[in-house]
Design a protein around this ligand. Structure first.
Ligand SMILES: *[C@@H]1O[C@H](CO)[C@@H](O)[C@H](O)[C@H]1NC(C)=O
Ligand SMILES: *[C@@H]1O[C@H](CO)[C@@H](O)[C@H](O)[C@H]1NC(C)=O
Ligand SMILES: *[C@@H]1O[C@H](CO)[C@@H](O)[C@H](O)[C@H]1NC(C)=O
Ligand SMILES: *[C@@H]1O[C@H](CO)[C@@H](O)[C@H](O)[C@H]1NC(C)=O
Length: 223
């Protein structure tokens, strides 16, 4: 549907602009203003659609704190070592198809968060939730001691049988460094992220969905 609408619009556009340079510039500007979107789904359900993974930056917290803040599964945690030397985690969470408002139905993992003094939506999103929280506080100010529901975008896809992981793009990342961090490929990442229209343009703060690849078995478990 959306594609047909686009083609129709494109046809009209071409009828009015015989200049193909204008078309190229127009497409470029679309690519560079693209907006990140969560993974859409159709069948809203109260039971999880799949198990997925969140890429967590510990920020000095221990495992039990992280499991509790993210409402995650303590038995599915994998360390991830970056080239920079920092040690992060992949944590297993159930992923559900939810309608969070009238216009947005997508895959989320929910958790409850108790607001602390000095929290702002941005600090909660970035420091507490590793960049993975969607519209904390829904545009309203946060009140200390209130408990709010935090929606963490996650993914389920038949094309990623070992699960999908949610990753908040960091400064200096490119699609190919992200692909190599998770032993995936740019192509496979793009397939899970139709809102990314230009592979050379990804923005810090966007949440990308990456196919999870199981670790090869080394004989020493890594949980
Ligand atoms: C984890 O950190 C919390 C809060 O700092 C502390 O209360 C708890 O004892 C710690 N747990 C472990 C297993 O270290
Ligand atoms: C955590 O993951 C394990 C292994 O997949 C599973 O057996 C268990 O039911 C999960 N626990 C919760 C609370 O989801
Ligand atoms: C639905 O939620 C999304 C994400 O929080 C937000 O961007 C959008 O404006 C909301 N729509 C409505 C109608 O509230
Ligand atoms: C939040 O709760 C703590 C501990 O119960 C209390 O000391 C503090 O005054 C509360 N803050 C607000 C803004 O209600």
């Amino acid at each position: 549907m959306a594609k047909l609408g686009f083609l129709f619009f494109l046809t009209l556009f071409l009828q009015h602009h015989h200049n193909s340079v204008a078309l190229i510039n127009w497409r470029r500007s679309i690519a560079s203003t693209a907006i990140w979107e969560p993974m859409h789904c159709n069948a809203v359900s109260i039971s999880p659609s799949c198990n997925s993974f969140l890429y967590v930056t510990p920020e000095g917290r221990n495992l039990s704190e992280i499991v509790s803040v993210f409402n995650g599964n303590a038995s599915i945690i994998k360390p991830i070592k970056r080239l920079s030397g920092s040690e992060d985690l992949l944590m297993g969470v159930p992923c559900m198809c939810e309608a969070i408002n009238n216009t947005l139905t997508a895959f989320f993992h929910d958790t409850q968060y108790k607001v602390e003094q000095d929290d702002t939506p941005d600090t909660v999103r970035i420091k507490r939730f590793s960049g993975l929280a969607m519209s904390v506080g829904d545009g309203k100010a946060l009140l200390a001691n209130d408990t709010i529901t935090v929606h963490l975008p996650c993914g389920c896809s038949l094309t990623a049988p070992d699960g999908v992981l949610s990753y908040a793009v960091q400064e200096e990342d490119t699609l190919s460094t992200i692909a190599s961090l998770f032993r995936s490929s740019s192509q496979d990442i793009l397939k899970l992220n139709p809102s990314v229209t230009n592979p050379d343009f990804i923005k810090p703060g966007w949440i990308l969905f990456v196919p999870h690849v199981r670790s090869p078995s080394h004989g020493h478990g890594s949980t």
